[in-house]
Write a protein of this length. Structure first.
Length: 378
């Protein structure tokens, strides 16, 4: 008697096909449920597959038909749905506020142009009621000599100041005047009895400033004109704008700054810019720079500038051109001292004769005129 054929092999085949098809569908066919707008998980796909009848599963597999679990949807619809779905790995939600990437310009076309760097915001204005203090370039003080001689800020010299240089003049107050918006110092031949009973044959003018301090971090400017009686025979005139002794300890320990000097007995075309000090051995030392012009200094008005750098950098200029710079010197106090302290007094004078050379009296009368003096914040 023949035994009935077992049905288990067919069952095994059916199960194997079912599992294989479920895995294939889960990993290769993703579909969006058109009615709910949700992406189907692999579990949903398996559920849909299992709901098919056995005959439908076998027919679909044997026919090689594309298994689309959402019959109403097309391939294009599915692709669009995936691309637009929030959370897709190739998309960034707008709520993340991520800025679009910047496109570098194509060097072959030169476009698009890169965006310019943002302009930094200006410094905020000072709070109401606060004083920001002087700013660079601000004028801090000036003397224009347009209201007569200002005794609150200047004094007229009456002495034989300069004897240490063997100078010849007696400075008197009568030789100092303000006229036409200019300070005028006049030198001339005149027998004069000086303080102490000394008699001199020539007299001249000199002034000292007062109540004005010139500090590191400032610059000073002035205009000057020397006028000799005979430009071709003007030896022995010695005009200068200078300061000394502000740091105490006597000269030269206290320092000397020469904004400009002209010693016509040496050369009427030469202007000199200097500092004097005591060196590390306690001896007098100086650094001095002469500058020569094509014509006599007395031919024209000149403008001068000196920058008193807070960092120990000293810069002289004449008529817009730099003439000297000092950044270091072997001072007794150690640089930049004493050239890092306030200068408390300026001196403007027209000396005669002395160590530079003899006085040619054909140069007299002579005048040194100062058009203005101005101090600015560096």
């Amino acid at each position: 008697m023949l035994k009935p054929r077992s049905k288990k092999p067919y069952l095994y085949v059916f199960l194997a096909i079912s599992v294989t098809l479920a895995i294939f569908v889960a990993f290769n066919f993703m579909s969006k449920d058109s009615s709910k707008g949700l992406l189907l998980s692999s579990g949903d796909l398996i559920t849909k597959y299992q709901n098919l009848t056995s005959r439908e599963k076998i027919l679909m597999l044997l026919s090689g038909q594309d298994i689309s679990l959402d019959a109403p949807g097309s391939d294009e619809q599915m692709g669009t749905a995936v691309a637009d779905s929030p959370g897709h790995p190739d998309e960034i939600a707008a709520s993340d506020n991520v800025q679009p990437a910047t496109i570098d310009p194509d060097p072959s076309t030169g476009s698009p142009d890169p965006e310019p760097d943002p302009v930094p915001a200006p410094n905020p204005p000072p709070a109401p009621g606060t004083d920001p203090g002087p700013q660079s370039g601000d004028m801090l003080w000036s003397e224009e000599f347009d209201n007569g001689f200002n005794t609150a800020e200047w004094t007229k010299e009456y002495s034989t100041y300069g004897d240490g240089n063997n100078e010849l003049q007696c400075y008197t107050q009568n030789q100092v005047n303000v006229s036409g918006g200019k300070l005028i110092l006049e030198a001339k031949e005149q027998s004069t009895t000086c303080p102490g009973g000394d008699t001199r044959n020539v007299t001249s003018g000199m002034v000292r400033s007062k109540n004005v301090e010139f500090s590191p971090g400032m610059r000073i400017e002035w205009s000057a004109k020397l006028t000799p009686n005979d430009p071709n025979n003007q030896g022995g005139l010695w005009p200068a704008f200078w300061a000394s002794g502000w740091a105490g300890g006597g000269w030269p320990n206290g320092g000397e700054w020469d904004g400009f000097e002209v010693m016509t007995a040496v050369d009427p075309k030469r202007t000199v810019y200097s500092i004097h000090y005591s060196n590390s051995m306690g001896a007098h030392a100086k650094t001095s720079t002469p500058k020569f012009s094509a014509v006599n200094f007395s031919n024209n008005w000149h403008t001068f500038r000196f920058d008193y750098g807070a960092d120990g950098v000293l810069v002289w200029s004449r008529d817009g051109f730099m003439t000297k710079t000092v950044t270091n010197a072997d001072t007794l106090q150690g640089w930049p001292a004493p050239f890092n302290q306030d200068m408390k007094e300026f001196k403007i004078n027209l000396a005669l004769g002395g160590n530079p050379g003899p006085l040619d009296t054909r140069s007299l009368p002579a005048t040194l005129e100062i058009g203005w003096v101005r101090i600015y914040k560096l």
